[in-house]
Design a protein around this ligand. Structure first.
Ligand SMILES: *Cc1c(COP(=O)(O)O)cnc(C)c1O
Length: 402
């Protein structure tokens, strides 16, 4: 007999979990933006805010040229495919984008996905089994962790960014048929850049493959924006690159895996998020193609992003804030205390700056922060207005060392 109370228990259980999240201050509300994404956004309450928390590194999300390219691709190829790639969902624009990504990243071949989450979810299981070992940085992205869970390979985890522990795990994995080291190219919470030169040396020493997730790097890391492998001068030594079209490279959505052609062919035959999920919309494929052409013809956006990053990092430190040192456009401004991080973000909102507080469990206990992200779209004037708001909120809350 169906127990009507049993169903009610389910809903009441959810309600009580949500209430406890709210009580602990861990509930994540969503701000509603009524304009395009950009250096400034208009919220649904009409407020205009300087946006310092988007992954819009190159400023292309709301960019006119990108929007035009998406419209042109829609006109030519239609709105969607109503098919997965292997049935009747592959158009010229998908093949062009796969070629362009391969060339941009310096890899042999590329396969597109609906998201980088899917690229990571579908990369391990087709390539590795119980005879193999996957050696993963402890702070790798959730989608890498989930992807590894779907695969039968033995799992080894090394302490974040710790090369001695990576070597110990490689030794522990001795005897396995294939070994794969996997790391985020850049870690999004701290802006830490993986030590790919050392990782590649260790991989060579122990006969391991190397995979990097370039979601916070593709398009702007390295001299010509190819990514962390260019930054560390190890292009040609990386076996598998996964990345997103949803951050610097235009910001819509979509992901990819790039590797040697036998890897990509295997994924096309066996990767479940590819086989059982719809083709990337032509508007996204066309716009991404135009973004790659633009980035290949000029490093202007990438250069502006790094100039903005250097300016903001210098000025915010001089104001007396504690930041995590580094060079990446992710700038963690440390508050250490969760309620304080939230009050600070709220005060900045009132002062016209959009940032988000991050606290446990997104970052370790006692490491609460607001994560600032710079964009090529920010003008110096906007950055200086944001910095003035940081100074005022910092003074009011007694945060400044100086
Ligand atoms: C954002 C992100 C992803 C997911 O990318 P989507 O394309 O949005 O699914 C995967 N890995 C890392 C490191 C990311 O930062």
């Amino acid at each position: 007999m169906g127990d009507r109370n049993a169903k009610e228990h389910f809903y009441a259980g959810l309600e009580s979990n949500l209430a406890s999240l709210r009580e602990q201050g861990l509930f994540k509300p969503e701000r509603v933006i009524a304009s395009r994404q950009g250096a400034e956004v208009v919220c649904d309450d009409g407020r205009v805010l300087i946006n310092m928390c988007a992954n819009n590194y190159l400023g292309l999300s709301g960019d006119e040229e990108t929007v035009r390219a998406a419209i042109a691709a829609t006109e030519k190829y239609g709105y969607g495919l109503s098919s997965v790639r292997f049935i009747c969902g592959t158009q010229t624009v998908h093949k062009q984008l796969e070629r362009a990504l391969s060339e941009f990243l310096g890899m042999e071949d590329t396969i597109l996905y609906a998201a980088a989450f899917d690229a990571n979810g579908g990369v391990f299981e087709p390539l590795f089994d119980e005879n193999d070992a996957i050696i993963s940085d402890a702070l790798n992205h959730a989608s890498i962790i989930d992807g590894i869970r779907l695969c039968k390979a033995a799992r080894y985890r090394y302490q974040h960014n710790d090369m001695a522990d990576l070597e110990a795990q490689l030794q522990a994995a001795e005897g396995k048929r294939n070994k794969l080291i996997v790391t985020d190219g850049v870690f999004s919470m701290d802006g830490t850049i993986a030590q790919l030169d050392k990782i590649c040396d260790l991989a060579d020493k122990y006969g391991a493959l190397v995979m990097i997730d370039e979601c916070h790097a593709s398009g702007f890391m390295g001299k010509t924006g190819r990514g962390t492998h260019e930054h560390h001068n190890v292009m040609g030594r990386i076996d598998i690159i996964t990345g997103t079209l949803g951050k610097a490279l235009g910001g819509a959505m979509g992901g990819f895996t790039s590797a040697r052609k036998e890897v990509i062919q295997t994924l096309r035959q066996k990767s479940r998020p590819y086989l059982f999920s719809n083709s990337l919309a032509p508007s996204i494929a066309g716009a991404s193609l135009s973004v790659l052409e633009r980035l290949s013809s000029s490093t202007e956006l990438r250069d502006r992003l790094h100039a903005n990053t250097a300016h903001f990092r210098k000025e915010i430190s001089e104001l007396g804030f504690t930041i995590k040192p580094g060079t990446h456009p992710v700038v963690p401004v440390m508050l250490f205390d969760a309620p304080l991080a939230q009050r600070f973000a709220q005060r900045l909102y009132e002062l016209g700056v959009l940032v988000t507080g991050f606290f446990y469990p997104v970052v370790p206990m006692g490491q609460a922060r607001v994560r600032v992200q710079l964009s090529a779209a920010h003008t110096t004037e906007q950055l200086d207005r944001a910095l003035a708001a940081f100074r005022q909120a910092g003074q009011e809350l007694g945060l400044l060392k100086n």
